[in-house]
Design a protein around this ligand. Structure first.
Ligand code: PLP
Length: 391
């Protein structure tokens, strides 16, 4: 069949088509010499290095994070792992906090097993965190913070922290729980910001993807790691993310409003003992949330009931709207009792040390469910326990 000429006239398609391809051709010897030897032509070369769908969506994500550049990965976890490994060298020392997504904690446990030095710091108390960081700041090469942290939504004062770190220590922030609509860590001194795009950014529970954005020099180093190790996303998934990003702002506006309304209801309910939500004055890091968050506090709320473990499970089983599932930022509402679900693998003692109590619940509002109907559903289910609850 021979070389086929492409129909150039369709390059005016408004939506970038899916480039499901692995190779790109050069017209002749002169062109590839220029491209490869002099690096002066930036067009595609091979599917592990370049893809137009990645480049378009990476550009849009960099804009959302107000960062110089961005890279996509096939999951949030691969974005985290690749970022850490891209900067790892012998004797590297990594620090993070004890309250964070459980699989990120497992990555740090694995780094320790590989022989890297790691520090795990308590981030529940802001001043304690600053004191412990001060003690280790000279040793660490990379500090990884999850802001807000799962599931208690703790913050950290990254502007102050960046000043306390050595100039060449990299500050990496996983900001999945805020999304770039509500918080932009790169404007406050973070070198890199990571998102599980699986959550708010994609928002439709149909693709798993991750991103890392930040300073060009750091991103180029991670790109080199991605080029070599092949941790690349599917162009189809990236196309889907690109389509869903078009409604990102609208979805976040709705989730911010619903999150605030739901937590104000929960906060006054006699059977609710604690609500963790950064838009409420009762959250221990509320003051800091006013400094860093611009538009609102999202659709995820963690709360604790004055009920036993069994009653809490029963209450959730009786709800009509939320799916019992572990995800957030999508069209559907999700709920989970954290102790027997996400943290089932921990001993009671370990759960206690992480403040995962028996009746702790994480709820993620779905942007397709009116918040008043979620409130009614919870209110009705709680009503059964009003007479018998532990006070
Ligand atoms: N970071 C945070 C804060 C998360 O909650 C998650 C997943 O729940 C991840 C990273 C991992 O993302 P993914 O599931 O896209 O690999």
């Amino acid at each position: 069949m021979g070389r086929v000429r492409k129909p150039e006239s369709y390059t005016n398609s408004i939506i970038t088509p899916i480039y499901q391809n692995t190779a790109y051709y050069y017209d002749d010897h002169k062109t590839y010499v220029k491209a490869l030897h002099e690096g002066s032509i930036t067009k595609g070369r091979y599917g592990r290095y370049h893809n137009p769908n990645w480049e378009e969506v990476e550009g849009r994500l960099a804009q959302l994070d107000e960062a110089e550049d961005c890279l996509l990965f096939p999951s949030g976890m691969s974005a985290i792992y690749s970022t850490l490994m891209a900067f790892a060298k012998s004797q590297s020392c990594f620090a993070t906090t004890c309250y964070l997504y459980k699989n990120t904690r497992r990555v740090f446990d694995n780094l320790e097993k590989l022989g890297f030095k790691t520090f795990i710091l308590d981030n529940s108390d802001l001043s304690e965190l600053m004191i412990s960081l001060d003690q280790v700041s000279q040793d660490i090469n990379l500090l990884f913070l999850e802001i807000p942290s799962n599931p208690h939504l703790y913050l950290a004062d990254i502007e102050k922290i960046k000043k306390l770190l050595e100039p060449d220590t990299l500050l990496v922030v996983d900001s999945t729980f805020a999304s770039p609509y509500n918080f932009k860590p790169c404007l406050w001194g973070a070198d890199l910001v990571i998102h599980s795009c699986t959550k708010y950014l994609n928002g439709h529970a149909d693709v798993v993807l991750g991103s890392v954005a930040g300073k060009k020099e750091a991103i180029d180093k991670i790109r080199n790691f991605r080029n070599i190790n092949g941790v690349i996303p599917s162009p189809r998934d990236v196309f889907t993310l690109g389509q869903h990003l078009k409604t990102f702002k609208l979805r976040m506006e709705s989730l911010n409003a619903s999150g605030q309304k739901l937590t104000e209801f929960l906060n006054t309910h006699p059977l609710v003992s604690k609500v963790y939500y950064l838009g409420l004055d009762s959250h221990p890091h509320r003051e800091l949330s006013k400094k860093y968050f611009t538009n609102g506090y999202g659709g995820v709320v963690t709360f604790e009931l004055k009920l036993s473990k069994r009653e809490t499970s029963e209450l959730i089983d009786n709800l009509k709207i939320p799916y019992i599932a572990s995800n957030f930022g999508s069209a559907e509402t999700y709920i989970e009792q954290l102790a027997p679900f996400t943290y089932y693998y921990l001993s009671e003692e370990d759960r206690k040390s992480l403040n995962i109590t028996d009746s702790l619940i994480r709820l993620s509002i779905g942007f397709n469910d009116p918040v008043d109907s979620i409130i009614d559903d919870i209110d009705c289910s709680l009503a059964r326990y009003m007479a018998t609850a532990i006070h």
